[in-house]
Every structure is written in structure tokens, then in C-alpha cells.
Write a protein that binds this ligand. Structure first.
Ligand SMILES: [Zn+2]
Length: 470
């Protein structure tokens, strides 16, 4: 295949059609990231929701492979890597593992390996957005200081439009990886200001509203926090409609975008700031699923459809990143009911996106990729300290599966990728690694193959007919 496209590139170049370097299959690409969701997290949510595996909409996609996620490593550490032999090492060990806030029994040598030297969301997001491995914490800045062109930026330079949305702060690491450049993901205010002043994207959505708390209730005085929306001056200009963007920050505003009742003008840029502090659901009071939801915020499905309508109105090829960001936060908290709640919210968003494609576009022109940026929590079965890599055990629909956490931080495990539509086979073609250890989690033999996260980025570039710029 590579040779055929290479020859095609030569003949297009001879005709002076420089931008036709790759055969374009996908007009649009939608990348959906459930942050910090290893394979067993998807399975736990599926057990709870359906009482079985195999019934989520992504289970019907044409392509199901796995992906390695390692980064260039921490600032002062070794570069990351992935090797299936140490990853699945079932040699027992008695010592302990010091995670972020908690100490866990080490269990097995493979657990030690998977819990060591994992990527963070900034480096993982950069790999998916720009196709280059960077140090943890960096957003689209290479180790040598080069500013990397992320995929939306590259598509926009070729006549397309792009967006990046999340159900956490819109300046948070993953959405920012598809919007901004910074040496540190922690520079939220600077990142937010850059997103607004660049006016590069067409749609940006997420939480981080300065005037609402984690329950969606008004906050005032010294509790007001402009950090995640570019600072006070940027927010004032944005909300006054003086920053080159339309600002939306009410539930009815999000719903009108999704329903189509609100007209979207050609060239209009929209920033939707959900009226809540950190995220739409996970930060509310309580720690279970029974705590009442915040009634004044949209769900990720509504945000996704609104963003798709906004891009579709521009009558140009588009790239959209959609992140379920609080799956990762629930994993950091080792909160099983809340991670299942978050993952189900993400799965509902996938269903809404699939419906949108089938209504407003088609699988002949649009590619959907569903994945995560890295594992988190090493969620395994209840007896996984005795039985290496034991999977979570379903207890029927509406019941929490039996499970045990092995860390409160990110992991280096292979993570799932599902893809469907235009150019999806390019992702399968790049999955040249094989890892039969995945049998432990019930993965069929034909799906125990993997590519690297930077290869997924290349496949998306290729599907869009974009020359890789970095
Ligand atoms: Zn992440």
C-alpha cells in the first residue's frame, strides 16, 4: 500500500498538485478520548451497563486494535518504552509500590513494570495530536524546543477547520494538546489566553467557568477563578463577544447548538464554557452514583453534537477531538462507581456521535476513532493479588463489578483503539506489534495487535490526505 501511494504522490507532484501527497479517504476525522481508561475500565462500565461485554456501539466498529502510549519520559528520567514480556511478567513479588498518594502491594513483576514510567496526558495528547514523543508535561513542544504543528492546525492550513472539546477545563492537558503550545501543561492561564487570542480553532468547549463551583452553584468574591479561561481580561473580552468568538455559557445555549435551532454562521467561532468549575459531574458532592447530577450543565453527548454542528456549518473538512476527561480523575481517586458513571457518559457521547455521522455525514467521508491516552489505576479482578492480571468480574447489569485497584496513577499498559469509517483500515495496517498477553482480558487473537500512539496520529494524517508536518 505504501508503495502505491508513494507512486501516486510522484505523479500528483508532477502535475503540480502538491497537497495531494496522500490519497484522501476521510473528509472528516473525529477522535474520541476517554482519558485514563485502560481496557478493563471499558469492560467494567460495559458489565455495569449491559451485564455483558460486546454490546457497546464501539464493539460494532470495523477496527479494534491496541496502542502503546509511552512518552519521552519525565524531565529527568529515562525515555519511555513498551515491551510485552516484562509487562505480563507473572513472577510474584512481596514488596510494595509507592504510587501518587497511596501504597499498594507490588503483587507481580508485571504490575511493577506497568506502573513505572507512564506518560502523562500532555505528552500522550501531543503524540496523538502532533505525532511526536515529548517529555511529560509538554504540549506540542518537542524536546529540542521545536513547536509542533498539531493535526487541527495542519488541516486548517490546508483549508479545513477544527475543534477540541472536553467535559473538564477546556485549557486542561488533553483538549489543550489539540489547541495550544506550551512547555508546561500547568500554565493554564497562559494556555487559555493563547487558545482565545490565536483564533485558530472553530469550536472549543469545556468546564472551568470562573463564576461557578464544582456543584454548578454561583461563586463570588475571592472564590472567582479566571485561571482556566485565560485570566480575567481574556474572560471579560470573551464573554463580551469582543475576542473574535461567540461565548456560550448556559445549558440552553449548549442545547440550542445541539438541536440545530440556533443558526451557526459561516466563519463563526464558538467557545462554550460549561457553568461549573472543574467538570460536568465528577466534582459534585458525594462519591457515588446516587448523588444528584448537576441540573445546569450539558452532558458530553450534547456538547459533542453541538460541536459537530458548529464544524459542519463551515462547509469544510474538519477534525474534532472529544475528551471524557474525568474518567482519569476517578481512576486517580480509585472510585469505582464514579469511573463507571464517567465511562458510561463517554459511551453515550460515542452513540450520539455515531448517530450524527449517520444523519449528517456518512462512513464514506468520516472516520471515527475511539481510544484513551493511557491507562490509569490498573483496575483488575478481586483476586488479582493472587492471580496475575485477573480481569474484573461482572455482577450483572446495574451492579458494580468485582475489582481491585493497583495504583492511583497512570500506567504503561496497551490501551484499546476502535475505529470505523473512511480510512479506518489505515489504523489496522499500522498495528504491526503483537501482544498475546492481552488474552488475560479476553481479547480475541485477531485483536491482540498494536500500534504506537504516534502511528495513530500518522494514520489520521494519511486518512485526511495531509502530509505529516513534524
Ligand atoms: Zn490522560
Amino acid at each position: 500500500m505504501t508503495r502505491i501511494f508513494h507512486l501516486a504522490a510522484i505523479s500528483f507532484a508532477a502535475l503540480g498538485l502538491a497537497s495531494a501527497a496522500n490519497a484522501q479517504e476521510a473528509r472528516n476525522v473525529i477522535l474520541m478520548i476517554s482519558d485514563g481508561a485502560g481496557m478493563t475500565t471499558w469492560q467494567a462500565a460495559s458489565h455495569y451497563r449491559h451485564g455483558a461485554l460486546g454490546q457497546e456501539v464501539y464493539d460494532g466498529f470495523d477496527v479494534h486494535v491496541f496502542m502503546s502510549t509511552y512518552s519521552q519520559g519525565r524531565e529527568d528520567g529515562e525515555p519511555g518504552s513498551y515491551d510485552g514480556v516484562p509487562a505480563w511478567d507473572d513472577t510474584p513479588t512481596d514488596d510494595v509500590f509507592e504510587a501518587r498518594d497511596t501504597t499498594y502491594p507490588q503483587g507481580f513483576e508485571g504490575y511493577r513494570y506497568l506502573r513505572t514510567n507512564a506518560t502523562d496526558s500532555a505528552a500522550a495528547g501531543t503524540a496523538l495530536a502532533s505525532g511526536v514523543k515529548v517529555r511529560n508535561g509538554a504540549l506540542n513542544i518537542a524536546p529540542d524546543g521545536t513547536r509542533l504543528s498539531h493535526i487541527g492546525q495542519t488541516l486548517a492550513a490546508n483549508g479545513g477547520v477544527f475543534g477540541s472539546i472536553a467535559d473538564v477545563y477546556w485549557s486542561h492537558a488533553t483538549p489543550a494538546a489539540f489547541l495550544a503550545h506550551n512547555t508546561s501543561r500547568q500554565n493554564y492561564e497562559e494556555i487559555g489566553r493563547q487558545i482565545v487570542t490565536d483564533q485558530a480553532a472553530t469550536v472549543v468547549m469545556g468546564a472551568g467557568h470562573p463564576y461557578f463551583d464544582n456543584n454548578g452553584l454561583p461563586r463570588s468574591g475571592e472564590d472567582v477563578d479566571y485561571r482556566y479561561v485565560g485570566g480575567a481580561d481574556t474572560w471579560q473580552a470573551l464573554s463580551a463577544g469582543e475576542a473574535g468568538w461567540t461565548s456560550i455559557d448556559t445549558l440552553t445555549g449548549f442545547e440550542a447548538l445541539a438541536s440545530g435551532e440556533r443558526e451557526i454562521a459561516a466563519g463563526e467561532r464558538i467557545i462554550g464554557t460549561v457553568p461549573v468549575a472543574a467538570t460536568i459531574r465528577f466534582g459534585r458532592d458525594g462519591d457515588g452514583m446516587d448523588d444528584p447530577l448537576i441540573p445546569t450543565v450539558p452532558d458530553l453527548a450534547t456538547m459533542s453534537v453541538g460541536a459537530l454542528n458548529t464544524l459542519h456549518a463551515q462547509d469544510a473538512p474538519f477534525f474534532l477531538m472529544i475528551e471524557g476527561g474525568a474518567v482519569d480523575w476517578a481512576a486517580h481517586s480509585n472510585n469505582l462507581p464514579r469511573i463507571i458513571e464517567e465511562q458510561i457518559g463517554f459511551n453515550l457521547a460515542i452513540e450520539a456521535v455515531v448517530d450524527w455521522v449517520e444523519t449528517h455525514s456518512s462512513w464514506e467521508e468520516t472516520l471515527i476513532v475511539v481510544t484513551t491516552d493511557h491507562g490509569n489505576g490498573l483496575l483488575l479482578g478481586p483476586d488479582s493479588l493472587e492471580e496475575a492480571f485477573q480481569n474484573v468480574v461482572g455482577q450483572g447489569a446495574g451492579h458494580l463489578p468485582l475489582a481491585r485497584w493497583h495504583t492511583d496513577n497512570h500506567t504503561n499498559e496497551l490501551v484499546p483503539v476502535w475505529a470505523h469509517g473512511a480510512g479506518a483500515e489505515r489504523i489496522a495496517a499500522k498495528a504491526t506489534g503483537r501482544d498475546d498477553g492481552l488474552a488475560a482480558w479476553g481479547i480475541p487473537e485477531e485483536n491482540r495487535i498494536y500500534l504506537d500512539n504516534i502511528e495513530l496520529n500518522r494514520a489520521m494524517h494519511d486518512a485526511l490526505g495531509l502530509e505529516f508536518p513534524n
